[in-house]
Design a protein around this ligand. Sequence first.
Ligand SMILES: Cc1cc2nc3c(=O)[nH]c(=O)nc-3n(C[C@H](O)[C@H](O)[C@H](O)COP(=O)(O)O)c2cc1C
Length: 324
Amino acid sequence: MKTRITELFGIEHPIIQGGMHYVGFAEMAAAVSNAGGLGIITGLTQRSPEDLAKEIARCREMTDKPFGVNLTFLPMVNTPDYPGYIKAIIEGGVKAVETAGNNPAKWLPVLKEHGIKVIHKCTSVRHSLKAESIGCDAVSVDGFECGGHPGEDDVPNFILLPAAADRLKIPFVASGGMADGRSLVAALSMGAEGINMGTRFIATTEAPVHQNVKDAIVAATELDTRLVMRPLRNTERVLTNPAVERLLEKERTLGSAIKFEDIIEEVAGVYPKIMKDGTMEAGAWSCGMVVGLIHDIPTCKELIDRIMAEADAIIRSRLAGMAA
Ligand SMILES: Cc1cc2nc3c(=O)[nH]c(=O)nc-3n(C[C@H](O)[C@H](O)[C@H](O)COP(=O)(O)O)c2cc1C
C-alpha cells in the first residue's frame, strides 16, 4: 500500500510502532521494521545518550530497513540531556524521529538539517495545526482511546480524525485504538494515511517484555483501562490493577490538593518492574482501550501481514461490493 506516510518514511506498509517506555528496545523496533512497518526505539528508556547510540547500533545490526527514535518531552523530575540524545540520533544515521509531549520547535532545525523526518504526536486538532505550522513533516493523531497520555480534551478518534483531516495539509496517522485491518481501513477512510499502534505491538512474540505483560493484555477487556493523574493534568490511560485502584482512591480522597509526591509509589520507577520482571501489580503502566481487541500473540510479521490482508479484503470485497 502506498500513502504519503509510506513515501515519507520509505516503508512498505503504513504502520508505525509508537515509542513505548521499556518496550521500544532495538528488538521491538527491528521486528516491526523488518515486517515492513516503521519500528521506533524509545529514546528516554536509554539512560544516557551513549546508551541510545549503542541501542541504535544494535538495531542497525538487526535490520537494514528504516527505523526511528521517539523523543518524549513530558514534565520530568530531572530534565534529560536532549541535545545529547539528538546528537546520538544524528550520528546513528536515524532518519525518522517521533516527538511527543511539549512543542518540539526548538529541535526541528537541527533535525531537518540532517534530513531527519519528524512526526509529532498530538492529541488535538489545535496541537496538530501547531505542529504543521512549525514544520513537522507529519503528525500522529492520538485519540482518547490511546494507551499513554491522551491529553485533557477527551475527543475519541471517530471525531478527532475527520476533524484533523479537515484542517491539516501534512499527512497524519491515526493512533489510539488501532489493532487490525478494520482499524486501518477506518483510519484511511477518515483521512489518515496510516496507523500508529502501541498496545497491540506489546502482545507480539518479539516484544522484549515479560510474558506476564503479554498475558495480561490478552486477558484484559476494553473495560479494564483507567485514567490516572487527571487532577495533575498529566492524564495517563493505564491497565487497572490494585496499585491503580489505590492511586485512584488517593485522587478521590485528596481531590485538587493532590501532588505528584502523593502517588509516587504507584507511578515512579514502575516500568522495569512490570516490563522486565513481570510484577504486574507494581504500579500504573500505559495501556490502550484496544486491549479489548487483542486476543493473540503473533510475530510482528504475522500481525502486519494480517492487517494488510484484512484491509485489502475489506476494501476490495466488502466495501467494493457495497458500492456496486
Ligand atoms: C506501555 C506504553 C508505553 C508508552 N510510552 C510512551 C512514551 O514513552 N512516549 C510516547 O510518546 N508515547 C508512549 N506511549 C504511547 C504510544 O506510543 C502510542 O501513542 C499509543 O500506545 C497508541 O495507542 P494504543 O495503545 O491504543 O495503540 C506508550 C504506550 C504504551 C502502551
